[in-house]
Structure formats: structure tokens, C-alpha cells
Design a protein around this ligand. Structure first.
Ligand SMILES: C[S@@+](CC[C@H](N)C(=O)[O-])C[C@H]1O[C@@H](n2cnc3c(N)ncnc32)[C@H](O)[C@@H]1O
Length: 558
């Protein structure tokens, strides 16, 4: 149903949203309608003119105001826009350099470029396909939002446009991010389909309007299951919904036809936005779950990566002020958790909490020494108070003094066990008690590859024993608490390239020997452990308890 020429007159309604019919104007467009409806029945010329002027003020100021209220593009994009406007397109056509008469007005413009960039951010697009590049305004804007390793593939009929954009893309540093395919877009899309390459997260259709139906049809095959198609010019100056404007206007008829075509497609849902000349955003519907099992629908209707989300969970990490603990904190926060950083060193804990906050992650710093019984309950209480609960506890704080058995002092023995074993137990106990009363949770203890082999040539008997005890403690707690909805696991990193190793005069010379012992011939980076901790902390590892997850580049196999 579209509003015809006389609808405003007969109903006198100014709101055009049929589900929100009201006589009170809500939007700039409704204000324009209101002023014009009033102008039609105004008494004299002066009153008519005044009302028309008001309509003009609202209409004329709109894009300008949107422009003012939109973050301007970076220098490289601004230069590209300026040159698109300055360029002699008529001259290029007359010199037979372009097949068709291109006009500067064909550029999507600054605002639409910013819109497409924002859409890329919102969809977290990594791969984008643009149909109709022209001078690359949107191409470059989208490239700005693409993460490293991503790609914008732009399809363009005119070689001249590729040559025009190339130096701009290069200067802006997008030479590798943007790939331009010259030729009829439909052919390029068929080629992309036949290559069976990685799919696209976002497709932007902005070429010849007569081709839209075909581009859309190919695009549906080229997007990821949750991909988005954005289509430009779907309001075509308002003509598709004004019957008398449609006559003899090929472009408008093509757009009207396309709009009706996609509206009738049961596979998708869409929204048409009155932004610039109209942008329609289309998404594929997920297939009906009726009669399907949880493997088809995803457990609890969540797809596999969604099941790893930690959204809504509260986590604490001991030893979170540096190294592995810091990497765990970032990983859990990035996965959606609220995170308490626990460390003996308050400043370090605060630094990491501040890092997380700067990324928009709710975080707090807690000072605690895990060897001190009095600190443990307070740590849990503070976490619950600050974060509203405790669902995930990572007991990661630990020490390693590296001494030979014959030289080991009992003070070193006691201290190592006090932090690595007794401390972990006290944490598990306080965390477990809270979780038992509050519906459960998951606990992950940091053990070590040393629980499987005897790392050498360095000497570290006490450390090895203290961590072996952590594994047995984890297994036992897992069994004792399995029926309390608490999972207990441990993670065992191999030799991790942290400051501890980088800054140790004794350990640095051993690195070469260690590399020989590791099939992958490299030390672990803290980032190697991040996705494992998210998996272990999330419901996606719901059947895993009492497990020792070893990440050592294969070292324990040799
Ligand atoms: C509206 S402009 C694109 C504007 C561009 N998206 C931007 O952000 O500025 C349309 C472009 O589509 C190209 N085009 C037209 N027909 C085409 C076709 N069949 N295949 C590929 N490109 C085509 C034109 O040469 C023109 O450069």
C-alpha cells in the first residue's frame, strides 16, 4: 500500500506510517506534509507563501543538518570526493574514454559513504562487495571500516573509473584492501560465484537500476548466512510511489519493479530508509525451526559462535595484572563478560581494568594476595558487589622460583605451594561456595605443561609438583561439584613468551633449546591461549569438566 496523490487530502492525516496513524506530525517529512496540506487550503497568498516557506525550511535544511551532524570523512576520502566533483566527466566521454556519460552526481556522496562505513562497523563486515563503484566514495569509506585481512571487492563497468580511483586508494593505504573487477557486474558476480571463494558479509548494490533484480539474485548466493544487502536509490526521487511520475521514466519503473520483487521474496526481510535517495537494507531470514532438531537450529537457537558469547556473565581473574592473566581478561571482556582483575599489585590490576574500560568493557580492579586466607573471601565479595555476581573464576596467579631440588629451601617450597596450590584451593573454595548458592558457574585453574612432562634443562621441581596438585585438585572438585552445576577445569600452557622469560638473565639463554623441544618451533604467545579460555568459560564447553587442556605447541608429544 502506498500513499497516492490524494490520500493526504482525503484523510488529512500527516503521519504516513500506517501502524502509527496520527494527526500529530512526528518527523521532518510529516512536518513538510502538514505545512503543504495547510498551504493548499490557506486563505490568502501571504498565508500560503508563509506555509510553503516553512515546508521549504524543513525540507531544504534537512540534508545540510544531517551533514553537520555526521562525522566528516578523513582527508583521503575528502580529496577523492572533491576530485569526483571537479573531474571533467563530459570531456572523458567525448574523448571516448568512457562508454557511458558519467556525471559527478552519480557519486554516492559523503553522507552515504559515512552511512556505508557505519553499516560495515555494525555488521562487523570483513568482506564487502560493491556493485557499481564509480569514483569509489563508498568503496573507500567501507575500506576504512574493514579489519586487517578483510577485502572490499568493487565491480565497475568502466576501466576509466578503476584508473581514476587507483591512485586515491593507493595513497589512502587501501591498495591491498580494495580489489576492483572491471566489466559488466552480472558477469563478475557469476565469476565470483563460480570461484566458490569466501562469501561476503555485506553487498552494496549501486549500479544500473535495470540490473538490480539480477544483482540481488546473485547477491543472495554470495552473502554469508547472516549477511546484509544494501541497495541504493530505492526511493528514486519519490517516483516509485507516485503513479503519474512513473510514466516514461525507465529508471523509476525499474526501481518500482525491483522494490516489489524483493518485497515478494519470502526468503528475506527488509526495511527501506528515507536516507538520501532511499536505501533498502535486506537480510536473509533464518530457515524455519519448526520440526528441526537443535543441531539444525543451534542449541537454544544460538549458532556455534554465539554459544561462545559471555554476554551477561561476571568473571574474575587472579594474576590478571600482566602476562597470561591480562590476556585472559581481555579475551573474556571481548567475549562479553564483566571482568574483575585481581592482582597483588593494585596499580597493575588498575591498569588492566582501565584498558578494558577504554574498550567499553565493564571492569574493576581488586587487590588480593591469593596466599592470604583473609584476602580470598573479600576478593569474591568485592567481585560480587562490583559486578553483580560471579559466574566465571580463573585462578591464574602463580609463581616459579626455578631452583634445583638439592638447593631448594623449604621457604621456597612453602611459598610456591602456598600460592600455586593452597592459594588456588582457597580461591576455588570461596568461589565454589558462592556459585553453589547462586545457580552454579565455571572455574578454570591455570596449571602447566609441567604436569605432563619434566620441563628441562631448567630445574623447577617445586613448581612442577605444585601444578600437578592443581590438576588433581581440579579433577576432584569437578567430580564433587558436578551435581552443583559447577564445572572445574584447568588450562596448561607450554612455555609462554612473557616478560618473565624476556627479562630473565637465567632463562633467556634457554630459549634456543626449548625451541628444539617444540614441534611447532616457537614459544606460545599469550594470545594463543585467549580463545581456549573463552571456550572453557562459555556454555559451549558445557560437557567438559575435570579436564586439563594442554596448549604447548606439541611439546609434550616429543
Ligand atoms: C551510482 S554510480 C556508483 C556510485 C558509487 N557506489 C559511489 O559510492 O559513489 C553507478 C556506477 O555503476 C557503474 N555501472 C553501470 N552499469 C554497470 C554494470 N552493468 N556493471 C558494472 N558497473 C556498472 C557505472 O559505470 C557507475 O560508475
Amino acid at each position: 500500500m502506498v500513499a497516492g496523490k490524494n490520500d493526504f487530502e482525503t484523510t488529512n492525516a500527516v503521519a504516513s506510517d500506517k501502524h502509527n496513524a496520527t494527526n500529530y506530525p512526528d518527523t521532518p517529512m510529516e512536518m513538510i506534509v502538514k505545512y503543504l496540506v495547510e498551504a493548499k487550503s490557506a486563505e490568502g497568498l501571504d498565508e500560503t507563501k508563509a506555509l510553503v516557506q516553512k515546508a521549504l525550511d524543513v525540507a531544504g535544511g534537512l540534508d545540510q543538518y544531517i551533514d553537520t551532524m555526521t562525522t566528516p570523512p578523513p582527508q583521503a576520502c575528502a580529496e577523492l570526493l572533491e576530485e569526483s566533483q571537479r573531474h571533467d566527466w563530459i570531456g572523458a566521454y567525448e574523448a571516448n574514454k568512457t562508454m557511458y556519460k558519467l556525471k559527478k552526481e552519480m557519486s554516492a556522496g559523503m553522507l552515504e559513504g559515512r552511512f556505508m562505513k557505519m553499516l560495515c562497523h555494525m555488521t562487523r563486515a570483513k568482506r564487502v562487495l560493491e556493485i557499481g563503484m564509480f569514483t569509489g566514495t563508498s568503496t573507500m569509506a567501507m575500506a576504512e571500516a574493514i579489519p586487517p585481512g578483510g577485502k572490499v571487492v568493487a565491480l565497475e563497468l568502466e576501466q576509466y573509473c578503476k584508473d581514476f580511483t587507483a591512485p586515491h586508494f593507493k595513497k589512502a593505504g587501501y591498495g591491498d584492501t580494495i580489489e576492483v573487477m572491471v566489466g559488466p557486474a552480472a558477469e563478475s558476480m557469476k565469476k565470483l560465484k563460480s570461484q566458490k571463494i569466501e562469501l561476503f558479509d555485506l553487498v552494496f548494490i549501486d549500479a544500473d537500476k535495470g540490473g538490480y533484480k539480477e544483482y540481488y539474485t546473485h547477491a543472495l548466493d554470495l552473502i554469508t548466512p547472516d549477511g546484509i544487502i544494501a541497495v541504493d536509490n530505492t526511493l528514486m526521487k519519490g517516483r516509485p510511489y507516485i503513479p503519474y511520475e512513473l510514466k516514461d521514466c525507465e529508471l523509476s519503473i525499474a526501481i518500482q519493479d525491483f522494490n516489489e520483487f524483493i518485497m515478494a521474496d519470502p526468503r528475506v526481510e527488509l526495511i527501506t530508509l528515507p536516507f538520501r535517495d532511499g536505501v533498502t537494507i535486506i537480510r536473509k531470514k533464518r530457515p524455519s525451526p519448526v520440526g528441526q532438531d537443535c543441531i539444525f537450529t543451534g542449541m537454544n537457537d544460538l549458532r556455534i559462535l554465539e554459544r561462545m558469547s559471555l554476554q551477561g556473565k561476571a568473571a574474575l581473574i587472579t594474576g590478571g595484572g600482566q602476562g597470561i592473566g591480562r590476556a585472559f581478561a581481555h579475551a573474556l571482556g571481548e567475549a562479553g563478560a564483566r571482568v574483575a582483575i585481581v592482582d597483588m599489585n593494585k596499580e597493575k590490576a588498575q591498569e588492566v581494568a582501565d584498558e578494558l574500560k577504554s574498550k567499553g568493557i565493564l571492569s574493576t580492579a581488586i587487590q588480593a594476595n591469593v596466599a592470604e586466607e583473609k584476602d580470598i573471601q573479600e576478593m569474591v565479595d568485592t567481585c560480587v558487589k562490583e559486578l553483580g555476581g560471579l559466574d566465571i573464576a580463573i585462578n591464574n596467579a602463580g609463581i616459579n622460583k626455578n631452583s634445583a631440588a638439592e638447593d631448594t629451601l623449604m621457604s621456597e617450597y612453602d611459598m610456591t605451594f602456598s600460592v600455586n596450590t593452597r592459594g588456588v584451593f582457597m580461591c576455588c573454595q570461596a568461589e565454589g561456595r558462592y556459585m553453589m548458592k547462586n545457580g552454579g558457574g565455571t572455574i578454570i585453574n591455570t596449571a602447566s605443561m609441567a604436569t605432563l612432562l619434566v620441563p628441562h634443562p631448567q630445574k623447577q621441581l617445586v613448581y612442577n609438583c605444585s601444578k600437578a596438585a592443581v590438576v588433581k585438585m581440579t579433577q576432584t572438585l569437578a567430580c564433587e561439584w558436578a551435581d552443583r552445576n559447577i564445572r572445574v577445569n584447568c588450562i596448561s600452557p607450554g612455555i609462554v613468551n612473557t616478560a618473565l622469560i624476556q627479562e630473565s638473565k637465567d632463562l633467556q639463554p634457554l630459549v634456543g633449546e626449548w625451541l628444539e623441544q617444540i614441534p611447532m618451533h616457537r614459544l606460545a604467545e599469550v594470545s594463543d591461549l585467549q580463545s581456549a579460555i573463552v571456550f572453557m568459560a562459555s556454555d559451549s564447553s558445557g560437557y567438559m569438566t575435570g579436564h586439563n587442556l594442554v596448549l604447548e605447541g606439541g611439546q609434550s608429544l616429543w
